[in-house]
Design a protein around this ligand. Structure first.
Ligand code: SF4
Length: 247
């Protein structure tokens, strides 16, 4: 994607980018030399053990999710929302849970927030199909309430297997709930940003950013979200060049 096109998407997002002609917007973050681990992350939770899904292939996993009654959310869902995108993607975006639109359509990030995520991806030079998008929970919590810890725990094996199958180079946790759940921490999102975290026993590199639904409510934060995505691109470039981004 050309810089001009990227800037056009940023303008559409409402992100003010001040840049000298011919130059890309400079990130405000610098990549730390060493990974800063999520504070207060309980190691036992972060290094989640392989579950019963650990050997399932894509079709088996999708069928297991579609029939799942492990938590009470199955009683109120219209359908499960499995995940979408390239199964061999180098980037994986993980949100919190389906909302009303997602529950209706069976696809993550399809409402207004989803459209904003799609615009953010385009600003990075991606189509939705270039990445893999999933949620911590596969069923909608009623009234869009936050996921309960026991629901996230019951659903965790499905997401872990999705990550294993995609084997992305970089994971982006989208929003506070997803970030805190994945990293098993209650550290504020602001303090998780701008760092590379290690997810699970395999230590998948993970960075965090704001949820697009939050950005719709707080458009003034969009610039920070763009900084996060620039930071993610820096991390990805280092990973692609074989550089170590984690201790
Ligand atoms: S949220 Fe996850 S664990 Fe709960 S019923 Fe849906 S698929 Fe199963």
């Amino acid at each position: 994607m050309t810089d001009a096109r990227r800037l056009a998407y940023l303008e559409a997002l409402g992100v003010d980018v001040y840049v000298r002609r011919g130059l890309e917007p400079a990130p405000d973050f610098t990549l730390p030399e060493r990974m800063a681990p999520a504070e207060s992350m309980p190691a036992a939770q972060a290094a989640a053990a392989p579950g019963v899904e650990a050997t399932l292939d894509w079709d088996q996993l999708r069928a297991r999710v579609a029939a799942c009654t492990r938590c009470s959310l199955h009683e109120t869902r219209t359908q499960t929302v499995f995940g979408v995108g390239s199964r061999s993607a180098k980037w994986m975006f993980i949100g919190e849970a389906p909302g009303a639109d997602e529950d209706r359509q069976g696809e993550p990030f399809v409402g207004r927030a989803g459209q904003l995520l799609t615009s953010m991806l385009k600003a990075m030079g991606f189509a939705r199909d270039d990445v893999y998008i999933a949620n911590v929970l596969k069923c909608r919590p009623p009234g869009n309430r936050d996921p309960k810890p026991e629901e996230a725990l019951q659903c965790r094996g499905y997401l872990e297997r999705q990550i294993e199958l995609v084997a992305p180079m970089l994971i982006v946790a989208v929003g506070r709930i997803a970030a805190q759940n994945l990293l098993a921490t209650d550290t504020a999102l602001a303090r998780l940003r701008g760092k590379v975290h290690a997810l699970g026993a395999r230590g998948w590199p993970l960075v965090v950013t704001y949820h697009p639904a939050y950005l719709l409510r707080s458009p003034g934060e969009k610039r920070k979200a763009w900084q996060d995505l620039l930071f993610a691109r820096q991390v990805f470039a280092r990973l692609e060049s074989g550089e170590r981004v984690l201790p």
